[in-house]
Every structure is written in structure tokens, then in C-alpha cells.
Design a protein around this ligand. Structure first.
Ligand SMILES: Cc1cc2nc3c(=O)[nH]c(=O)nc-3n(C[C@H](O)[C@H](O)[C@H](O)COP(=O)(O)O)c2cc1C
Length: 182
């Protein structure tokens, strides 16, 4: 049976490393069902803390309705992000903040997981410099959200030194070995 992969893409640069990795993943996973949520194209509205979700149990904004559906039903989530100022670029950060709807649901319903299906996730980053601290930080940001999203972060990959001499092929092969060998 085909697995559903959701790639949450955090780079708007068409010929950048993240776009290249995204293309390689789509190619390697073509026997599966791969959905790419391009945060720069979709431009999700930022969470403005309106508290509508606390009262109504759903987000006041409708622009991520389709995203939430796939996010809840998929098998694997791949966060594909450049490092911008030590963290996620703002469109991808908006996605993380928009998980607030699940957070309020978790606490409103006596700490019951708002998403029934257990899913696995991977974080892939690209950094101009060594990117180690930033990737650790981004990982901790995801793990913070994942406790209430029923997601396990299974692996992290870093394509470092993209400004100078990245080991692009080495990283991509490692990613493919871990994610595409089913
Ligand atoms: C706004 C901006 C902020 C950046 N901040 C960092 C940073 O904090 N640390 C770092 O190592 N690289 C930083 N970079 C470099 C990018 O992480 C690097 O170019 C990466 O390859 C971008 O991904 P892409 O190739 O998919 O566009 C920054 C680049 C931009 C445009």
C-alpha cells in the first residue's frame, strides 16, 4: 500500500539546496503518495493568538484547512528547511505557530491527543555555515510541538556549508537511505 509523505518545504529559492533535495525526494519516492506543501507559495497566515480555537475548537483562518487534513492523515512528515537567522524562515515558522489549534484542543480535552494517527517525522536543514547549533535548536522547536501532535521525530539531516563547500551528495544519499528504502 502506498504511504503518504507530506513534505513541508521552507525555501522559496527555486535552485537552492532545499529545492534540489525536495526534487530528489519526490523522484525517489515516486512510487508513494508525496504531497509538497510549499510554504513560500502557500504563504500561510501567521497565528495572531486570537484565541478563536480555544472557544470554537478550530482555527479562525481557513487557508490551512487542506494542510491540516493531510497533516493528520499522512504517514511521514518531512520538514525541509533552510537555516535563517538560526531558525526556520518565517513562512515555515507560521506553520509551526498554526499548530496552536491542536495545542488548545489537547488541553481543552484533558490532554487527549488531538490527532489519532501516530506519524513519524524527519527534519532536513540546509545552512550556509556549519548549521549545527541552529539545527539542534530547530529540532527542539519541533519536539516541543510534536508532544501534542502525536509525531515522533525519527531523524535529522544537515546539509552544511552551502555558502562554501557542502557535501551535498553525501547528505542526499544518507537521506535517501533512511527515507526511501522501504
Ligand atoms: C535571510 C537569511 C538568513 C540566513 N541565516 C543563516 C544562519 O543563521 N546560519 C547559516 O548557517 N546560514 C544562514 N543563511 C544561509 C542559508 O541557510 C543557506 O544559504 C541555505 O543554503 C539556504 O537554503 P537554500 O539553498 O534552499 O536557499 C541565511 C540565508 C538567508 C537568505
Amino acid at each position: 500500500m502506498k504511504k503518504i509523505y507530506l513534505i513541508i518545504k521552507g525555501s522559496g529559492r527555486k535552485d537552492g539546496y532545499i529545492s534540489r533535495i525536495c526534487n530528489e525526494l519526490q523522484e525517489s519516492l515516486k512510487a508513494q503518495n508525496v504531497i509538497v506543501y510549499d510554504t513560500y507559495k502557500e504563504n500561510p497566515a501567521p497565528c495572531d493568538g486570537c484565541n478563536y480555537c480555544e472557544i470554537k475548537g478550530e482555527c479562525s483562518k481557513r487557508d490551512m484547512d487542506d494542510f491540516y487534513k493531510v497533516f493528520e492523515e499522512c504517514d511521514t512528515i518531512i520538514f525541509l528547511s533552510p537555516v535563517y537567522n538560526g531558525s526556520f524562515p518565517s513562512p515555515l515558522k507560521s506553520v509551526l505557530d498554526r499548530f496552536q489549534v491542536y495545542y488548545t484542543s489537547f488541553y481543552k480535552n484533558n490532554k487527549t491527543q488531538p490527532i489519532i494517527k501516530r506519524r513519524e517525522a524527519y527534519l532536513i536543514t540546509a545552512a550556509g555555515r556549519d548549521g549545527i547549533k541552529a539545527t539542534e535548536y530547530m529540532k527542539s522547536q519541533l519536539n516541543c510541538a510534536f508532544t501534542i501532535l502525536n509525531v515522533e521525530l525519527k531523524g535529522t539531516f544537515l546539509c552544511a556549508h552551502t555558502d562554501t563547500a557542502p557535501d551535498y551528495d553525501g547528505v542526499v544519499n544518507e537521506i535517501k537511505r533512511s527515507l526511501c528504502d522501504d
